[in-house]
Design a protein around this ligand. Structure first.
Ligand code: HEM
Length: 430
């Protein structure tokens, strides 16, 4: 397996995290019982699955897909592979705030609710709207860089997640929904708690935190919506005003129900948050692991666009997607019955050698790079233009300011299987 060059320019072999032969590694894989090493480095296991059991039947009857072609085929056929999560989340969450939240979000619904909400959100995230956010984003990033520089000059170690990667998306999404600055404090914690409850195995603690976060966020948003109804913003750019005012459809103006409005605001706040933090954190960590690629980016800053795509591919922020079959079907030569739960492993698809040459190697010039880090088909990420912009501005400007940054403590990964990122990257900024 190719691994970072550790400054030598050579690629070297590392020990497999699990010393089992690949066929046995694939045979034993169970998403609900993962080895601690998997969280650190899932890629040897994902490769073993792709090569030996690309349509892997789990003990619970669901299937786990690892081939790029199979995953894209599922994304492109939403009638056969539904995003409706009521059947899956009923037993998982019971009659709870988490159940109501996730089953009302556009991402976990099929048309027509999905189409109505998506149209409203997409209208405020066009390339024109995103370009208009760039100046504010640059100011935000430069302000964070200034603050970090001041602390670095006083000899402090800087955690790049806490002080940088984690601090950007919450402000950007806060702006999108017009959340007043002094009310943004709890947003990151709520978001982490709600998304944490999407992990394949749900502990009582994760469940309790997730439910409390949905309830707190609903209470907060009810007040915010009331204030916005009284003083609407510009529906051209203010997503919350757009969601409140609705859209003119075939049957006249279509408005979201109160519950739909609130839960989709929560989803929007969450969707653009941890994913983008992970993109920035993973990108900065990749550059430390592959110093020759970092040198190349420093020499040719215009490569930042293809570099962002490569970070998204090789360390995908969101590693798993889910669907359920609506009828008997077949994928990758395997017959699936109706109501089969299907897990799409984005992380595995993005390192499939049938699609990407030398897939375990970071190549910031890679082109074409048709990764599925943003999904594909009717649910493809509606905020991908914004996520990419945040990545470009944050990583590009960070590197220009601190070209010789280096880790001075352990890079701690978040122990999550759905979202891949770090909780801490302690660095010296030079
Ligand atoms: C690097 C950053 C991001 C990544 C990797 C990412 C990833 C994804 C993925 C994989 C999906 C598809 C889910 C599925 O089909 O099951 C998705 C959907 C979505 N994302 Fe993102 N996302 C990112 C940033 C954002 C941002 C910044 C926003 C909002 C401003 C956003 C809003 C959404 C929404 C609303 C959906 C649901 C779309 C639908 O169901 O039609 N995302 N995202």
């Amino acid at each position: 397996m190719a691994t970072p060059d550790a400054g030598t320019g050579r690629r070297c072999d590392t020990r497999s995290p699990m010393s089992l032969p690949p066929a046995e590694l694939a045979a034993r894989f169970d998403l609900r019982h993962l080895d601690a090493a998997f969280y650190d480095n899932p890629f040897p296991t994902l490769r073993a699955l792709r090569e030996h059991e690309p349509v892997k039947r789990m003990p619970d009857g669901s299937v786990f897909l690892t081939r790029y072609a199979d995953i894209v085929a599922v994304y492109k056929d939403p009638k056969t592979f539904s995003s409706d999560k009521r059947e899956e989340f009923g037993p998982k969450y019971g009659d709870s705030a988490l159940f109501e939240h996730h089953t009302t979000s556009l991402v976990f619904n099929d048309p027509p609710l999905h189409t109505r909400v998506r149209r409203l959100i997409a209208g405020a995230l066009t390339p024109k709207h995103i370009a208009a956010m760039e100046d504010g984003l640059v100011r935000l990033v430069d302000g964070l860089l200034d603050a970090m520089q001041g602390r670095a000059e006083r000899g402090e170690t800087i955690d790049l997640i806490e002080s940088f990667a984690g601090a950007i998306p919450v402000e950007i999404i806060g702006n999108l929904l017009g959340v007043p600055h002094d009310e943004r404090g709890p947003m990151r914690g709520w978001s982490l708690a709600i998304l944490g409850a999407l992990e394949p195995v749900l502990s009582a603690e994760l469940e309790g935190r997730g439910n409390a976060a949905v309830r707190d966020m609903l209470a907060y948003l009810e007040g915010l919506v009331e204030r916005r109804r009284a003083a609407p913003g510009d529906p051209e750019s203010d997503v919350l005003t757009r969601l409140i005012q609705g859209d003119v459809g075939e049957a006249g103006t279509e408005r979201l129900l109160a519950k739909e409005l609130l839960h989709n605001c929560i989803f929007l706040l969450n969707a653009g948050h941890e994913t983008t933090t992970n993109l920035i954190g993973n990108g900065l960590k990749c550059l430390l692991d592959w110093p020759q690629q970092k040198a190349l980016l420093l020499a040719q800053p215009e490569l930042i666009r293809t570099a962002i795509e490569e970070f998204l591919r090789i360390e995908s922020s969101n590693q798993l997607g889910n669907r359920i079959t609506t009828c008997a079907t077949e994928i990758g030569g395997v017959v699936l019955g109706p109501r089969t739960l299907v897990t799409l492993c984005i992380a595995a698809a993005n390192r499939d050698p049938a699609q990407f040459a030398d897939p375990d190697r970071l190549d910031i010039t890679r082109s074409p790079n048709r990764h599925v880090a943003f999904g594909s088909g009717i649910h493809q990420c509606v905020g991908m233009g914004l996520g990419r912009l945040e990545g470009r501005v944050a990583i590009g400007r960070f590197l220009a300011r601190f070209p010789d940054y280096r880790l001075v403590g352990p890079a701690q990964r978040s122990q999550r299987v759905r979202f891949r990122g770090h909780v801490s990257l302690p660095c010296e900024l030079i």
